[in-house]
Design a protein. Structure first.
Length: 350
C-alpha cells in the first residue's frame, strides 16, 4: 500500500506562483552546509515549466551539466485541481518523450521526493528542485533564488570558460532589481493569471498587464541598443524574459487567450532578440523543447479534450539582425496606460 502522504492545501495554488512560505531557501556555498561538490547534488525539472527552465538555462550557461545531473518529470498528467498527485515520472526513459525516470530514488511521483525532505509537507510539488545527496534533503526549490546563486556556486570547482560570466553585474543591479519586480508579476506570472481567470471581468483585468510588460521590453531592447535587454550584456533579465516569451506564440496566445498580439507579428525587437538567444547563445536552444511546451496546454478546465496544437511553425523564426530599427507594440489604451506605470529598464538611468 502506498504511504498516506498529506495532500496539498488548496489555498497554496496562487501562493506558489509568488513563492510559497513552505519552500526551501538553501544555497550551495563554500562556507555553508551545502558545499560545492561535483555529483553531490541532483536537480529535478520539467521541460514544460518556464520556472524550471530558467534554472536549467543557468545550469547550461555555467557548464554545470556534469556537476548537477537532472531528472525530468512528465508534462502530463499534472494532477487534480489541488495538485494531487502532482508531476509524474515515466516508467522508463522511453515511455515519454524527453522525460526521464527519477535517477536518484526511482520515485513514481515528484511528491515522493518532497516527502523525503519533509513527511508533513503540505505545499505544492513544484520544479525546479535541487536535492543534496549528502544531507538527504532539498537545498532549494525557488527558481529565482537558484537562478541568482547557482551562477557562482561552483566557482573554482568546475572548469569552464564561462565562470567569469556575471548575469547580475554590480553596475546593473539596480535596474535588474527594478525590472525583475514587474517582469515577474506582469509577465512571468501574468500569463498564468490571465489564462486561469474564471470570469470575463478577471480575464479583461489580467490581460493588459502582460502586454504592457511586452511593450516595455520591446522599447528596452531598442533604446538600450541590443542585442540583449540591457544592451551588450547578457543578464538575468534575458533569462527571466526568455522562458516566458519563447512559449508565448506557441502556448499563451491561444491557450491562455492572450491574443492581443503575437511576438512575431507585433514585437519585432523582441522577436529579433529571441532569435539571437535561441540560435546564437549556447544554453538557450539546448534547454528549450517545443513539443513539450505545447503539451502543457492540457489543463482540463481550459482544454478538456487535451488537443495539442501543431503550430506555430517554425517554433522560433530564424534570421537575427544585428541592427533593427523598427519598434512595435500594442497601442490599446489600457495597455499603454499600464506601460507608463512600469519603472526602469533603460540603462541610461543608472
Amino acid at each position: 500500500m502506498a504511504p498516506n502522504y498529506p495532500r496539498p492545501d488548496p489555498s497554496t495554488v496562487q501562493q506558489h506562483l509568488a513563492g510559497s512560505a513552505q519552500s526551501w531557501h538553501g544555497q550551495i556555498t563554500p562556507d555553508g552546509p551545502f558545499q560545492p561538490e561535483v555529483g553531490r547534488y541532483h536537480m529535478y525539472i520539467g521541460l514544460f515549466c518556464p520556472f524550471a527552465h530558467r534554472a536549467n538555462i543557468i545550469r547550461h550557461l555555467f557548464n554545470l551539466q556534469d556537476a548537477i545531473p537532472i531528472s525530468v518529470v512528465r508534462a502530463y498528467p499534472k494532477g487534480d485541481e489541488n495538485g494531487w498527485p502532482g508531476w509524474k515520472f515515466p516508467a522508463d526513459d522511453a515511455e515519454y518523450p524527453n522525460a526521464t525516470v527519477d535517477h536518484l530514488f526511482g520515485s513514481k511521483y515528484l511528491h515522493e521526493v518532497y516527502f523525503k525532505a519533509d513527511p508533513e509537507y503540505k505545499g505544492r510539488y513544484s520544479v525546479p528542485v535541487i536535492w543534496d545527496k549528502k544531507t538527504g534533503t532539498i537545498v532549494n526549490n525557488e527558481s529565482a533564488e537558484i537562478m541568482r546563486w547557482l551562477q557562482g556556486a561552483f566557482q573554482g570547482v568546475v572548469d569552464t570558460k564561462r565562470q567569469s560570466m556575471d548575469l547580475y553585474p554590480e553596475r546593473l543591479r539596480d535596474v535588474i532589481d527594478e525590472v525583475s519586480e514587474w517582469m515577474q508579476s506582469n509577465l512571468n506570472r501574468g500569463v498564468y493569471q490571465a489564462g486561469f481567470a474564471e470570469t470575463q471581468e478577471d480575464y479583461e483585468k489580467m490581460v493588459p498587464p502582460v502586454f504592457a510588460a511586452l511593450n516595455r521590453v520591446e522599447k528596452m531592447i531598442a533604446q538600450n541598443g541590443g542585442p540583449y535587454l540591457l544592451g551588450k550584456t547578457l543578464t538575468e533579465l534575458d533569462v527571466r524574459a526568455y522562458v516566458t516569451i519563447v512559449r508565448f506564440d506557441a502556448v499563451y496566445v491561444q491557450h491562455f487567450k492572450l491574443q492581443l498580439g503575437t511576438v512575431r507579428h507585433n514585437y519585432p525587437q523582441i522577436n529579433n532578440w529571441l532569435k539571437k538567444l535561441y540560435f546564437h547563445v549556447p544554453g538557450f536552444k539546448e534547454t528549450t523543447d517545443s513539443s513539450i511546451s505545447r503539451k502543457t496546454i492540457r489543463h482540463y478546465s481550459i482544454n478538456p479534450k487535451a488537443i495539442t496544437p501543431m503550430g506555430p511553425y517554425p517554433y522560433v523564426e530564424e534570421g537575427w539582425r544585428e541592427n533593427l530599427d523598427v519598434v512595435g507594440g500594442i497601442e490599446m489604451e489600457e495597455v499603454v496606460d499600464l506601460e507608463r506605470q512600469l519603472k526602469g529598464g533603460f540603462i541610461h538611468q543608472i
